[in-house]
Structures are given as structure tokens and as C-alpha cells.
Design a protein around this ligand. Structure first.
Ligand SMILES: *[C@@H]1O[C@H](CO)[C@@H](O)[C@H](O)[C@H]1NC(C)=O
Ligand SMILES: *[C@@H]1O[C@H](CO)[C@@H](O)[C@H](O)[C@H]1NC(C)=O
Length: 882
């Protein structure tokens, strides 16, 4: 049996040098990298005319070395230097290619005793996430060449050297040559070169570029292997036309033919493993001018079975024979080429290529993640060996990175630890493109600038550590919010200029904030502080690690942090699929709900009132900032398509209307009524005079005054009319022009709602509370309550005005004063109406009026039971839905 090819070739290669003459040809698309060449250096190889460039632009690690001079002499210039990688398990070249193009990719490894010690290593070569070959260097003066025919699926390839503990990896040259996509077609997989032979060569020269347009390297092999004689021609092959494989003319012009004219040409090779698949390409050309009585034709068998034939090669023209599908399953592949019975001449063979199939199946990291992390790397000039695919192969992910691996999708970066990495500058926006990130640690760097909002867009983020940087500004509210609801572990301590730290407190009390919000700010900030403390106490698991407690207190966004945007599905959950209706209002239906243990009211706004999200959101955010003990707290909102909702604190005792109309068993006492009126008045006063710009409620009425479990009253629905567009497109006023009976008569003239319009409406409410009568009489005359009271006043009997259900259990003076206030409020001329501040003062006096016994001598009314309402707006904190 003949010796296997591979052993034969290895024996032949020793001491082989490539000696070629230059044939200038088109090198377009070629990538020729001489590793270890000084950055920005280039050269043109004297024998091939190939232009080489330094590898510096393709890798940022490794050590450049030169090979020993005595070895240099017999090798081409691109292997005179090399790059060795004493550091890092995996070092990768990143080379831009044209996706979908078929490339011949060649790595050349010539040790050349560069280390002066002759330590010959073994290491692994990877293409992307998959092993390509093991490189085993057995002779320091012989090049190890690894060649692959491969179609990259991305616009870059990573050629990686992986240290397997058997010596320092190195590489001498990387070359890429585009091939025709019609050649070397496989059913699947890429092709690793097994051998490529220039059969019958007598020159001992390995031909490549200059002769071969694709720069394949053809190893010379003479007739000794084949028990054959050499044939050759001095005439060119394929001078007129050629097939797509285009074996070089110089290679095709030599051939072998058996010495014994009837014997076959034979060759064989052992399979690496039975499962290894091979593709074979045999190139034939007749190079003998046949006489008229001569013929040459032959059949080919593989392992004793007919494979192809008969074939009669054309004179000076190449016929390439190849296996359309992979050869596999045999331990050894025996090829025999027999002359046909009619052939007068024995078979001939000019060139042969054998490849084994390599599969590159492991997907590389998601392109978006790769681009993002590459930018982050360059932005911060990260010094680590961050090369090749960030995630794949598993076990070789970049230092400081973790990824998710899933059989069906490319790996994604889920964990990024850049702690103590000497980062400077701002937090890079590229981080926001790592959308699957769950863990981000940027602590202990010198990062400056603000904590960007985009971090809150990382929806899977569970840990964010920004400690020990130089960040400034304030932490985005959404991050704090997520931290507060337990979905994010946020650490921002030790950033001296980050709002919320000690220095920030000074800023708040300086002239920076206060002039903007004027005097109101004082109250607002004060209530924020209380809110923050409250929050801090209530938080079950403290998730924000603020180094200094005061920092969280003084943080403006802490207000927003209570509130947030909810998704529609969250609303479904909160309301248990809108199970319980609390009521129906002008803007939509109100449902009962629960957030954690806190009850809330969810108002779903009718779809007809849709407006742009931006506007909606800005209005809602404004309203969420309005906090007063007599205003219902807006806890959050939802805006998803046509689903718009507002979430308020829940008010246990419903609205004032229910209590006045007699629906409830208990009758509100005179004091209750005064207190509720005062509460409502204070809420309005705050909207008018405590908010900048002032907020006009526009719809003050009994159903918009809600009572909590302690019968404290709070105004509801304030500011809502602003959220809704006006009907006729008029911007003079909003269309929600109140409710009949409560509407400022001046509005009909001016078409303009002012604070005084709210005062009018309040006056109507007050009259209702005093009298227990509706704003408009249900009788056919539809008398307005103010007209009725005026009429009764003319009679001069207060007792006939006050709600008879109180059975005269009220203080006369107090009642007179209340009616007076109410009548002033409903004055048809707005100028004659008091401001809400004035009304509040009056109402308080009214409430504090000492009980004087009525003539009838009713007892039991005592001011002792009347609580003087504390003006300090911060004494009570609105219940927080959290
Ligand atoms: C993040 O990196 C720092 C510094 O290299 C290290 O001390 C820390 O343990 C790392 N954290 C994690 C969770 O790996
Ligand atoms: C930040 O920069 C300063 C000065 O450049 C340096 O002394 C300090 O060590 C750096 N801090 C960190 C955490 O890198």
C-alpha cells in the first residue's frame, strides 16, 4: 500500500523555500498583514509583489519580535517578524471583511527562534467563537500554515490565539484573499486545507501569488510518490479561457503519469476521524500533443468503487473534477485513476487539493452589543485584553463581562464590571445600547458629568453601582424610583458633587433654586423633605445606598421617585381587571385598586380625550409635583396607546355630595361641614397662590371634594382640564367649563376662567353645605341656590337657610358668617369675590367662633371639640401609594 499523502508531504516540506518571480497582478480585496511589523509600516514582498501592512491596527496586545537572522534568509519578508502573546488567555485580531464573500484565510506561524530559546509552543487558533485548528510548532525554521476557505457572516472576523498552557502563542502573518463564490462550494461548513499539490513539479518551487490569482500556495511534489514519470510543457495552460478554479498555468503545465503504462495513478490519505468530511479537487490538463493514433482517457475509483469517468483531458486546458458532496465515513481514502480500455496512453494528473470540513456554528455576540462594547472600549481606552468576540466562546468572555448564552440566539452582554478601571469623562451613551444589561458597575473611577437618564432605559438592569466617582447633578428620578420599588440596587455614594450629597444641600439653600419657585418653593421643598423621610422610613428594603442620609433628603427627584408611570398591565393588576368602580366622572371612570398594601383610585380617562404623550406626561408630572394636604395626591399615570389612566390616593369616605344628599346614614355636623369647607378652601388657596404658575381648578363642586377615613377633605381632579384639549380649538379657555350651577356667570361674558371662577364655584359648594340643598333646585323653576339663599336672607331668618337636618345644632354667628362668606364668593361680579386666601381666613374665624348658646339653650356644642386647623402645611403628609 502506498504511503499516505500527508506523511509524504511533511517529509518533503523540510527546508523548502518559496522562491518566486514577481508577476504583478491585481491585489484588490487582498488583506496582507505582517504581524509584529512596526505600526504604520508597509512593504512589498520582493518575490510575490504582495503589499503587506503592520498588524498594529488589528490588535492592541502582544509583543513584536523578530526571528533569528539565519532563519530569515530562507523566508519571505512577511514572516521576518511576529507577534507573541505572553499575556492573556485569548488574544484576537479583528479584521474587517465583506460579509458573504468567500475568503481564503491563511495564518502563517514561523517561530524562527524569536525567543532565542527554541521553546516551540502549541496553542489553539480560533475563528470567532469556534476552534479552527491547533497550531503545533515542531521546527523553528518551518512555517506552519493554516488555511481556511470561509464565508464570514459578519462584517469582521476575529482570528484568535488561545493559550492552552503549552507555550506562548505567536503568529507571523495573516492573509485574506477573496475567492469566487462559485468555487469550493460545500453542502455545509468551511474548508480547512489538508493539502494542495503541484503534481509533477520538477522545480521544487511552491508557487503562489504572482502565478496564482487567488494566492493559493501550491506545494511541489515530484513523481516519487506516484511511481510515475513527470510530464511537462513549456506552453501556457488556459491561455484563452479558464474555469473558475483557475489553477495557475505553471502548476498545470507539469503532471505525472505512471511508469508502467497499464498501471493506475494512485494516492491515499488517512482520515483524522471517521466523521471527518473531505472535499477533493483534482485538476487535469493534457500537456502532450497527441498523435492521431493516440488517446488518453481514464476512470477514477474511490476505495475500489467507480467515482468518475471516462475523462479525456483537453489539450492545454484545465478540467477540474471535484466531489459535489463531502467524502466521509472511511478510515482511509484510496483514489485510483485507471486508463480506459480504449485509451492508448496511461492516465495523467496535474494538481490536487484536499480539504477537510470545519464547522463554525457557535454564534458570536449580538452585533449591537459588539458595536456598543467596542465603542465603550475605545471611549475609555480600556487597557484590558478585550479582543475577539466579547462573549463567545463561553469561558473566554472578556474580563469584566458576563453574557447570556442561548442555543437559538446570539450571546448577549448582561454583566459589565468596569470598577476601578481608571475611567474618566462622562458615562458613555454607548452603555445604553447594551440593552440586556442586568449588572453595571462603574464604581471607583473618575467619571464626571451627570448620571444620564439613559441608564433608566436599561429595563433589565438590577444592579447599578456608581460609587466613588466625580459625578454631579442629580440622580434621574426613574432610577431612584426603581430603587425604591426594589427592582434596582442603586449605589451612588461618594460622588461629592452629585446632587443629594452634602454640597448639594448648600446649593439648595443658596440662591440657585429658590428664586425660580419663589416663596412657594419653601413649602414645596419642606414637604419634599418630609416625603423623603417618610419614604425612607417606609421603605422595606433600602435599595439606594446613599452615604449620607441627608443626601437623599435633599434630593429633589425624591418627590418624583414616589410616583411613576405604570404600564397598562400593571393597571390591570392594580385594579384586579377593573373589578370595582368607585365612580364615574367627567374625565372617565374611577376604579378601586391596590399598590402593594396601599389603596388607590385609578381614573381611566375616556379615549375621546386623547392627546399627545409628551403633553400628557408633562402635565401629569407637573400635577404629581403638587402636594398639599387638601389635594388628592396623584400617585402615577399610565399612557399606553388609548389607555390613559391616573392613579390617585384612595379616599375612604367618598365625596361630599354623597354626604350632603342624605345618601349616608350619618349627617355631617356643622363643625364637620365647616372643617371640610376650610379644607377645600385651603386646597384651592394652594392651587391659586401656592403654585407657580397658579392652577385653576375649573371644576370645583361637591363631587370633587373627597373625604378620607378621618373626614379630612381633599380636592380632586384639579388641573385635569389642562390635560384635555379644548373642543373648538380655542385656546381662550378650556372646554371643561365646569358643571352647571357651579359655573362662574362671568365666564359666559368673558369666556375666560380665572381663579375667581373657582371662588364662585366654591361659594356654591359652601352654600350647599350650609343649606343641604343642591346647586340648582330640582323643581321646574330650577332656581339657583344663590338666588334661593338671597331670597331667604331677605326674610332675615338664618334658621330657615341652614340645613334643617342639623336640627339647629349649630352656632348662629358661625352660620351667619358662613353664609356671608358664601354669598361673597358667589357674587356675580368677580371683583367683588374674595380671594381664596381671604376666604380661608374668614372660614377659620368662622370655625373658631366660640359657641354661644342659642336662645333655645341647646347645649353640647363646644368649641373644645373644634380643632383649630394647623396652618403648617407640612404637618400632614399625604398617604403615599407605595
Ligand atoms: C468588579 O471589579 C472589581 C475590580 O476589578 C472587583 O473588585 C469586584 O469584585 C468585581 N465585582 C464583581 C461582582 O465581579
Ligand atoms: C482620579 O484621578 C486622580 C487625579 O488624576 C487620581 O489621583 C485618582 O487616583 C483617580 N481616582 C480613581 C478612583 O481612579
Amino acid at each position: 500500500m502506498v504511503m499516505g499523502f500527508k506523511h509524504f508531504i511533511f517529509a518533503l516540506l523540510a527546508g523548502l523555500a518559496l522562491l518566486l518571480a514577481v508577476h504583478a497582478q491585481d491585489q484588490s480585496g487582498f488583506i496582507s498583514i505582517a504581524c509584529g511589523l512596526a505600526a504604520n509600516s508597509t512593504f512589498t514582498d520582493a518575490t510575490t509583489g504582495l503589499n503587506y501592512i503592520s498588524d498594529a491596527a488589528f490588535i492592541d496586545s502582544g509583543t513584536s519580535k523578530g526571528i533569528s537572522p539565519d532563519i530569515k534568509a530562507s523566508h519571505q519578508q512577511q514572516v521576518w517578524n511576529l507577534k507573541s502573546f505572553p499575556q492573556g488567555n485569548r488574544n484576537c485580531y479583528s479584521i474587517n471583511v465583506t460579509r458573504g464573500t468567500k475568503y481564503l484565510i491563511r495564518g502563517t506561524f514561523l517561530h524562527g527562534n524569536y525567543d532565542g530559546q527554541g521553546n516551540l509552543p502549541q496553542f489553539d487558533l480560533y475563528l470567532g467563537a469556534d476552534t479552527w485548528e491547533t497550531v503545533k510548532v515542531v521546527n523553528s525554521s518551518i512555517s506552519v500554515i493554516k488555511e481556511l476557505i470561509h464565508v464570514p457572516s459578519l462584517n469582521y472576523i476575529h482570528v484568535c490565539l488561545v493559550n492552552t498552557g503549552l507555550g506562548t502563542p505567536f503568529i507571523s502573518a495573516i492573509e485574506l484573499r477573496p475567492l469566487k463564490n462559485t468555487t469550493y462550494v460545500t453542502e455545509s461548513g468551511s474548508l480547512a486545507l489538508f493539502l494542495r499539490l503541484d503534481v509533477g513539479s520538477t522545480s521544487g518551487i511552491a508557487y503562489r501569488y504572482g502565478y496564482d490569482v487567488y494566492d493559493r500556495v501550491w506545494m511541489p511534489t515530484d513523481n516519487s510518490y506516484f511511481k510515475a514519470t513527470d510530464l511537462s510543457t513549456s506552453l501556457p495552460i488556459d491561455s484563452q479561457s479558464h474555469n473558475d478554479y483557475r489553477p495557475p498555468s505553471v502548476v498545470m503545465s507539469t503532471a505525472v503519469t505512471p511508469i508502467n503504462g497499464s498501471a493506475p495513478l494512485e494516492f491515499n490519505w488517512d482520515s483524522d476521524a471517521k466523521t471527518t468530511e473531505y472535499y477533493i479537487y483534482i485538476h487535469f490538463a493534457e500537456i502532450v500533443k497527441l498523435e492521431a493514433n493516440q488517446s488518453r482517457s481514464f476512470n477514477i475509483t474511490l476505495n475500489g468503487k467507480y467515482w468518475y469517468g471516462p475523462l479525456a483531458p483537453n489539450y492545454l486546458s484545465t478540467t477540474s473534477l471535484y466531489s459535489p458532496s463531502a467524502l466521509s465515513g472511511a478510515a482511509t481514502y484510496y483514489f485510483s485513476i485507471f486508463k480506459t480500455e480504449t485509451s492508448t496512453l496511461p492516465p495523467i494528473m496535474n494538481a490536487i487539493e484536499i480539504y477537510s470540513v470545519k464547522y463554525f456554528l457557535q454564534s458570536e455576540t449580538d452585533q449591537g452589543d459588539v458595536d456598543a462594547i467596542a465603542k465603550i472600549k475605545s471611549t475609555y481606552g480600556i487597557k484590558r485584553i478585550w479582543q475577539g468576540d466579547p462573549c463567545a466562546p463561553k469561558g473566554y468572555s472578556w474580563d469584566g463581562l458576563n453574557c447570556s448564552f442561548d442555543a437559538n440566539t446570539p450571546p448577549r452582554i448582561t454583566f459589565l464590571n468596569l470598577s476601578s478601571s481608571g475611567l474618566t469623562g462622562q458615562i458613555s451613551a454607548d452603555i445604553s445600547n447594551l440593552v440586556m444589561l442586568q449588572y453595571l458597575d462603574l464604581s471607583n473611577n473618575n467619571l464626571t458629568g451627570s448620571v444620564p437618564d439613559f441608564l433608566s432605559q436599561l429595563q433589565y438592569l438590577r444592579v447599578l453601582n456608581l460609587e466613588r466617582n466625580q459625578l454631579s447633578g442629580s440622580v434621574p428620578a426613574q432610577l431612584i424610583e426603581r430603587s425604591n420599588n426594589g427592582s434596582l440596587s442603586l449605589r451612588v455614594g461618594d460622588n461629592p458633587n452629585l446632587c443629594g450629597s452634602g454640597s448639594c444641600k448648600k446649593k439648595n439653600t443658596s440662591n440657585v433654586v429658590i428664586p425660580i419657585v419663589a416663596s412657594v418653593a419653601g413649602l414645596l421643598i419642606l414637604s419634599l423633605i418630609v416625603a423623603a423621610i417618610f419614604l425612607g422610613l417606609r421603605r422595606r428594603k433600602p435599595q439606594v445606598t446613599m452615604v449620607d442620609t441627608e443626601s437623599s433628603i435633599n434630593q429633589n427627584p425624591s418627590l418624583e421617585s414616589i410616583q411613576r408611570q405604570f404600564t397598562y398591565s400593571e393597571l390591570l393588576k392594580i385594579t384586579n381587571n377593573f373589578e370595582r368602580i368607585l365612580g364615574k366622572g367627567g374625565f372617565g371612570t374611577v376604579y378601586r385598586g391596590n399598590i402593594d398594601d396601599t389603596q388607590v383610585a385609578v381614573k381611566m380617562l375616556s379615549p375621546s380625550s386623547i392627546q399627545g404623550f409628551q403633553q400628557f406626561q408633562s402635565e401629569v408630572k407637573l400635577l404629581m409635583r403638587v402636594h398639599h394636604r387638601n389635594l388628592t395626591t396623584l400617585v402615577g399615570y399610565c399612557y399606553e396607546g388609548t389607555n390613559m389612566g391616573l392613579i390617585y390616593e384612595y379616599m375612604a369616605n367618598g365625596d361630599l355630595e354623597e354626604h350632603l344628599s342624605g345618601e349616608k346614614a350619618n349627617i355631617l355636623s356643622w363643625e364637620d361641614r365647616l372643617r371640610i369647607a376650610t379644607d377645600a378652601a385651603q386646597g384651592l388657596e394652594y392651587l391659586h397662590h401656592g403654585c407657580k404658575p397658579p392652577i385653576i381648578h375649573r371644576d370645583v363642586k361637591c363631587t370633587n371634594i373627597l373625604l378620607n377615613e378621618n373626614f379630612h377633605a381633599k380636592l380632586a381632579d384639579f388641573g385635569l382640564s389642562k390635560i384635555f384639549p379644548t373642543d373648538g380649538g380655542t385656546h381662550v379657555s378650556t372646554v371643561v367649563a365646569g358643571t352647571p350651577g357651579y359655573l362662574d356667570p362671568e365666564y359666559y361674558i368673558s369666556n375666560w376662567l380665572t381663579e375667581k371662577s373657582d371662588v364662585y364655584s366654591f361659594g356654591v359648594v359652601l352654600l350647599e353645605m350650609i343649606t343641604g340643598r343642591p346647586a340648582i333646585e330640582r323643581s321646574p323653576e330650577r332656581t339657583h341656590i344663590s338666588q334661593w339663599v338671597s331670597f331667604m336672607l331677605a326674610e332675615g331668618d338664618i334658621k330657615n337657610i341652614v340645613d334643617p337636618r342639623l336640627r339647629e345644632n349649630f352656632n348662629i354667628n358661625s352660620a351667619w358668617k358662613a353664609v356671608e362668606i358664601a354669598m361673597a364668593c358667589v357674587s356675580p361680579t368677580s371683583a367683588k369675590r374674595p380671594t381664596m386666601s381671604e376666604a380661608v381666613v374668614e372660614l377659620k374665624e368662622c370655625l373658631a367662633t366660640k359657641v354661644t348658646r342659642t336662645k333655645e339653650g341647646h347645649e353640647g356644642e363646644s368649641t373644645d371639640s373644634i380643632e383649630i386647623i394647623n396652618m403648617n402645611l407640612t404637618t400632614e403628609l399625604n398617604p403615599l401609594a407605595r
